[in-house]
Design a binder for this molecule. Structure first.
Ligand code: FE2
Ligand code: FE2
Length: 299
Protein backbone atom coordinates (compact mmCIF):
# COMPACT_ATOMS: atom_id res chain seq x y z
CA UNK A 1 0.00 0.00 0.00
CA UNK A 2 1.38 3.42 -0.85
CA UNK A 3 0.90 6.79 0.83
CA UNK A 4 -2.21 7.43 -1.25
CA UNK A 5 -3.77 4.28 0.18
CA UNK A 6 -3.72 2.24 -3.02
CA UNK A 7 -2.05 -1.05 -3.72
CA UNK A 8 0.42 -0.83 -6.59
CA UNK A 9 1.53 -3.68 -8.81
CA UNK A 10 5.34 -3.87 -8.72
CA UNK A 11 6.81 -3.64 -12.24
CA UNK A 12 9.70 -5.98 -13.03
CA UNK A 13 12.13 -3.17 -13.71
CA UNK A 14 12.28 0.58 -13.60
CA UNK A 15 13.80 2.66 -16.35
CA UNK A 16 16.15 5.37 -15.19
CA UNK A 17 19.25 7.03 -16.69
CA UNK A 18 21.55 4.79 -14.61
CA UNK A 19 24.14 3.60 -17.19
CA UNK A 20 23.44 0.10 -18.53
CA UNK A 21 25.65 -2.50 -16.91
CA UNK A 22 26.81 -0.11 -14.19
CA UNK A 23 28.13 -2.12 -11.27
CA UNK A 24 28.47 -1.05 -7.64
CA UNK A 25 31.55 -2.69 -6.14
CA UNK A 26 32.26 -2.41 -2.42
CA UNK A 27 36.03 -1.99 -1.89
CA UNK A 28 36.93 -3.11 1.60
CA UNK A 29 39.86 -0.80 2.25
CA UNK A 30 41.39 0.33 5.54
CA UNK A 31 43.19 3.57 6.16
CA UNK A 32 45.58 4.72 8.84
CA UNK A 33 45.84 1.43 10.72
CA UNK A 34 49.62 0.96 10.45
CA UNK A 35 51.54 1.07 13.71
CA UNK A 36 53.34 4.33 14.04
CA UNK A 37 50.90 6.10 11.72
CA UNK A 38 50.62 9.52 13.27
CA UNK A 39 49.55 12.28 10.87
CA UNK A 40 49.69 15.93 11.77
CA UNK A 41 46.73 17.16 13.83
CA UNK A 42 46.07 19.54 10.92
CA UNK A 43 46.29 16.72 8.40
CA UNK A 44 44.79 18.87 5.68
CA UNK A 45 47.66 20.94 4.38
CA UNK A 46 48.58 22.09 7.91
CA UNK A 47 45.48 24.27 7.71
CA UNK A 48 43.26 24.32 10.84
CA UNK A 49 40.26 25.66 8.90
CA UNK A 50 40.30 23.04 6.12
CA UNK A 51 41.03 20.28 8.64
CA UNK A 52 38.15 21.40 10.88
CA UNK A 53 35.73 21.33 7.94
CA UNK A 54 36.66 17.81 6.82
CA UNK A 55 36.79 16.56 10.41
CA UNK A 56 33.30 17.82 11.15
CA UNK A 57 32.04 16.32 7.89
CA UNK A 58 33.61 13.01 8.88
CA UNK A 59 31.92 13.17 12.29
CA UNK A 60 28.50 13.15 10.60
CA UNK A 61 29.10 9.95 8.63
CA UNK A 62 28.71 7.06 11.07
CA UNK A 63 25.28 8.10 12.32
CA UNK A 64 24.27 9.70 9.02
CA UNK A 65 25.11 6.66 6.94
CA UNK A 66 23.37 4.33 9.42
CA UNK A 67 20.26 6.44 8.85
CA UNK A 68 20.66 6.24 5.04
CA UNK A 69 20.98 2.46 5.24
CA UNK A 70 17.86 2.09 7.39
CA UNK A 71 15.82 4.45 5.20
CA UNK A 72 16.65 2.63 1.97
CA UNK A 73 16.41 -0.88 3.45
CA UNK A 74 12.82 -0.16 4.48
CA UNK A 75 11.91 -0.30 0.77
CA UNK A 76 14.38 -2.91 -0.48
CA UNK A 77 12.18 -5.97 -0.45
CA UNK A 78 9.44 -4.41 -2.54
CA UNK A 79 11.76 -3.16 -5.29
CA UNK A 80 12.65 -5.00 -8.54
CA UNK A 81 15.53 -7.51 -8.32
CA UNK A 82 18.13 -5.27 -10.02
CA UNK A 83 17.46 -2.44 -7.59
CA UNK A 84 17.52 -4.86 -4.65
CA UNK A 85 20.99 -5.95 -5.71
CA UNK A 86 22.10 -2.32 -5.98
CA UNK A 87 20.67 -1.55 -2.54
CA UNK A 88 22.67 -4.44 -1.07
CA UNK A 89 25.89 -3.10 -2.60
CA UNK A 90 24.98 0.43 -1.44
CA UNK A 91 24.52 -0.85 2.13
CA UNK A 92 27.85 -2.68 2.05
CA UNK A 93 29.65 0.41 0.81
CA UNK A 94 28.07 2.69 3.44
CA UNK A 95 28.87 0.25 6.26
CA UNK A 96 32.55 0.22 5.30
CA UNK A 97 32.59 4.02 4.90
CA UNK A 98 31.29 4.39 8.45
CA UNK A 99 33.91 2.00 9.79
CA UNK A 100 36.72 4.03 8.23
CA UNK A 101 35.28 7.39 9.30
CA UNK A 102 34.93 6.05 12.84
CA UNK A 103 38.67 5.40 12.75
CA UNK A 104 39.30 8.95 11.49
CA UNK A 105 36.91 10.36 14.11
CA UNK A 106 38.81 8.51 16.83
CA UNK A 107 41.98 10.24 15.69
CA UNK A 108 40.18 13.60 15.93
CA UNK A 109 39.33 12.78 19.55
CA UNK A 110 42.85 11.54 20.25
CA UNK A 111 44.04 14.94 19.10
CA UNK A 112 42.21 16.34 22.12
CA UNK A 113 38.96 17.57 20.57
CA UNK A 114 35.71 17.28 22.48
CA UNK A 115 33.21 16.22 19.83
CA UNK A 116 30.25 15.80 22.17
CA UNK A 117 28.42 18.98 21.11
CA UNK A 118 28.79 18.03 17.45
CA UNK A 119 27.56 14.50 18.19
CA UNK A 120 24.62 16.01 20.05
CA UNK A 121 23.66 18.18 17.06
CA UNK A 122 23.77 15.10 14.81
CA UNK A 123 21.64 13.12 17.29
CA UNK A 124 19.11 15.96 17.46
CA UNK A 125 18.91 16.23 13.66
CA UNK A 126 18.30 12.48 13.39
CA UNK A 127 15.78 12.53 16.26
CA UNK A 128 13.54 14.64 14.02
CA UNK A 129 13.25 11.68 11.65
CA UNK A 130 11.84 9.33 14.32
CA UNK A 131 8.20 8.47 13.82
CA UNK A 132 8.05 10.20 10.44
CA UNK A 133 6.57 8.35 7.45
CA UNK A 134 9.29 6.14 6.02
CA UNK A 135 8.92 7.82 2.64
CA UNK A 136 10.01 11.12 4.24
CA UNK A 137 13.19 9.48 5.53
CA UNK A 138 13.84 7.98 2.12
CA UNK A 139 13.43 11.47 0.62
CA UNK A 140 15.90 12.91 3.14
CA UNK A 141 18.37 10.13 2.29
CA UNK A 142 17.95 10.64 -1.44
CA UNK A 143 18.64 14.37 -0.97
CA UNK A 144 21.69 13.87 1.25
CA UNK A 145 23.01 11.28 -1.18
CA UNK A 146 22.77 13.92 -3.91
CA UNK A 147 24.69 16.26 -1.61
CA UNK A 148 27.43 13.71 -1.00
CA UNK A 149 27.62 12.84 -4.72
CA UNK A 150 28.06 16.44 -5.86
CA UNK A 151 30.66 17.05 -3.16
CA UNK A 152 32.37 13.80 -4.17
CA UNK A 153 32.56 15.07 -7.77
CA UNK A 154 34.46 18.09 -6.51
CA UNK A 155 36.70 16.04 -4.25
CA UNK A 156 37.76 13.93 -7.24
CA UNK A 157 37.90 16.61 -9.91
CA UNK A 158 39.56 19.52 -8.07
CA UNK A 159 43.05 18.48 -6.93
CA UNK A 160 43.24 21.51 -4.61
CA UNK A 161 41.14 19.56 -2.09
CA UNK A 162 43.98 17.20 -1.26
CA UNK A 163 47.00 19.33 -2.01
CA UNK A 164 49.64 18.64 0.64
CA UNK A 165 47.22 16.56 2.74
CA UNK A 166 48.27 13.56 4.75
CA UNK A 167 48.31 10.99 1.88
CA UNK A 168 46.53 8.23 3.82
CA UNK A 169 43.68 10.48 4.97
CA UNK A 170 43.37 11.99 1.49
CA UNK A 171 43.12 8.46 0.07
CA UNK A 172 40.30 7.67 2.51
CA UNK A 173 38.34 10.67 1.21
CA UNK A 174 39.02 9.83 -2.43
CA UNK A 175 37.95 6.21 -1.91
CA UNK A 176 34.76 7.37 -0.16
CA UNK A 177 34.10 9.93 -2.92
CA UNK A 178 34.45 7.41 -5.74
CA UNK A 179 32.02 5.00 -4.08
CA UNK A 180 29.56 7.83 -3.44
CA UNK A 181 29.60 8.57 -7.17
CA UNK A 182 29.27 4.88 -7.95
CA UNK A 183 26.11 4.46 -5.86
CA UNK A 184 24.68 7.94 -6.37
CA UNK A 185 21.58 6.67 -8.19
CA UNK A 186 20.50 4.02 -5.67
CA UNK A 187 18.56 6.11 -3.16
CA UNK A 188 17.10 8.15 -6.03
CA UNK A 189 15.93 5.06 -7.91
CA UNK A 190 14.44 3.69 -4.69
CA UNK A 191 12.61 6.98 -4.22
CA UNK A 192 11.35 6.93 -7.83
CA UNK A 193 10.15 3.39 -7.35
CA UNK A 194 8.51 4.04 -3.98
CA UNK A 195 6.66 7.09 -5.35
CA UNK A 196 5.79 5.60 -8.73
CA UNK A 197 2.09 6.23 -8.13
CA UNK A 198 2.56 9.87 -7.17
CA UNK A 199 1.99 12.67 -9.63
CA UNK A 200 5.15 14.43 -10.88
CA UNK A 201 4.01 17.61 -9.14
CA UNK A 202 3.53 15.87 -5.80
CA UNK A 203 6.96 14.25 -6.06
CA UNK A 204 8.64 17.50 -7.06
CA UNK A 205 6.93 19.49 -4.30
CA UNK A 206 8.05 17.09 -1.56
CA UNK A 207 11.62 16.78 -2.78
CA UNK A 208 12.03 20.52 -3.45
CA UNK A 209 10.71 21.59 -0.06
CA UNK A 210 12.81 19.01 1.74
CA UNK A 211 15.91 19.95 -0.22
CA UNK A 212 15.58 23.58 0.91
CA UNK A 213 15.21 22.61 4.59
CA UNK A 214 18.01 20.05 4.50
CA UNK A 215 20.41 22.45 2.74
CA UNK A 216 19.83 25.12 5.38
CA UNK A 217 20.41 22.62 8.22
CA UNK A 218 23.40 20.98 6.53
CA UNK A 219 25.39 24.20 6.07
CA UNK A 220 24.17 25.76 9.34
CA UNK A 221 25.32 22.72 11.32
CA UNK A 222 28.64 22.26 9.48
CA UNK A 223 29.41 25.96 10.02
CA UNK A 224 28.71 25.64 13.75
CA UNK A 225 30.61 22.34 13.99
CA UNK A 226 33.73 23.69 12.26
CA UNK A 227 33.73 26.81 14.48
CA UNK A 228 33.35 24.54 17.52
CA UNK A 229 36.50 22.56 16.61
CA UNK A 230 38.42 25.73 15.76
CA UNK A 231 37.40 27.39 19.05
CA UNK A 232 38.94 24.44 20.91
CA UNK A 233 42.27 25.52 19.41
CA UNK A 234 41.65 29.09 20.53
CA UNK A 235 40.76 30.17 16.98
CA UNK A 236 37.72 32.42 17.33
CA UNK A 237 36.38 35.77 16.15
CA UNK A 238 35.53 37.34 12.82
CA UNK A 239 38.91 36.59 11.23
CA UNK A 240 38.45 32.86 11.60
CA UNK A 241 34.86 33.10 10.34
CA UNK A 242 36.16 34.96 7.31
CA UNK A 243 38.77 32.25 6.71
CA UNK A 244 36.11 29.55 6.93
CA UNK A 245 33.90 31.51 4.54
CA UNK A 246 36.81 31.90 2.13
CA UNK A 247 37.54 28.17 2.35
CA UNK A 248 33.90 27.32 1.59
CA UNK A 249 33.27 29.91 -1.11
CA UNK A 250 36.60 30.79 -2.70
CA UNK A 251 39.48 28.35 -2.35
CA UNK A 252 38.81 25.54 -2.94
CA UNK A 253 35.22 26.76 -2.55
CA UNK A 254 33.28 23.52 -2.16
CA UNK A 255 30.01 25.30 -1.29
CA UNK A 256 30.32 27.56 -4.36
CA UNK A 257 31.33 24.70 -6.67
CA UNK A 258 28.23 22.65 -5.92
CA UNK A 259 25.72 25.47 -6.49
CA UNK A 260 24.99 24.53 -10.12
CA UNK A 261 24.70 20.75 -9.49
CA UNK A 262 22.52 21.60 -6.48
CA UNK A 263 20.22 23.72 -8.68
CA UNK A 264 19.91 20.90 -11.23
CA UNK A 265 18.12 18.85 -8.59
CA UNK A 266 15.08 21.09 -9.08
CA UNK A 267 14.87 20.60 -12.85
CA UNK A 268 12.09 18.42 -14.26
CA UNK A 269 13.45 14.99 -15.17
CA UNK A 270 16.39 15.30 -12.80
CA UNK A 271 18.29 12.09 -12.10
CA UNK A 272 21.80 11.78 -10.58
CA UNK A 273 22.93 9.80 -13.64
CA UNK A 274 21.88 12.52 -16.07
CA UNK A 275 25.52 13.34 -15.58
CA UNK A 276 27.73 10.37 -16.30
CA UNK A 277 30.88 11.01 -14.29
CA UNK A 278 32.22 7.46 -14.21
CA UNK A 279 35.49 8.82 -15.61
CA UNK A 280 36.13 10.23 -12.10
CA UNK A 281 35.78 6.72 -10.66
CA UNK A 282 38.14 5.28 -13.26
CA UNK A 283 40.69 8.02 -12.67
CA UNK A 284 40.59 7.62 -8.87
CA UNK A 285 40.96 3.84 -9.27
CA UNK A 286 43.86 4.27 -11.63
CA UNK A 287 45.60 6.73 -9.27
CA UNK A 288 45.08 4.27 -6.41
CA UNK A 289 46.54 1.37 -8.42
CA UNK A 290 49.49 3.54 -9.37
CA UNK A 291 50.09 4.46 -5.73
CA UNK A 292 49.93 0.77 -4.74
CA UNK A 293 52.21 -0.53 -7.47
CA UNK A 294 54.48 2.48 -7.82
CA UNK A 295 53.64 2.65 -11.56
CA UNK A 296 52.46 5.93 -13.13
CA UNK A 297 48.66 6.38 -13.45
CA UNK A 298 47.29 5.63 -16.89
CA UNK A 299 44.02 7.58 -16.86
FE1 FE2 B 1 29.27 6.88 2.22
FE1 FE2 C 1 26.25 7.32 -0.01
Amino acid sequence: MNMLGTVATPPETIHTPTPAGHEITPRDRRFGRDTGYDPDKYWQNGDPVATAFYNCLSLTFPRGEAFFIESVKQFRDQTPPKLQKEIRAFVQQEVIHSREHLALNRRVEENGYDTSRIEQRIIESLAMTKGRPKIANLAATMILEHFTAIMAQQFLSDPRHWQDSDPETAELWRWHALEEIEHKGVAYDTWLYATRDWSRWQRWKVKALMMLGITRNFWGNRWQDALDLLAQDGLTGWRIKLRLLKFLLVKPGIARAIIIPWCKFFLPGFHPWNEDDRHLIRRAESDYEAAMTGKPATA
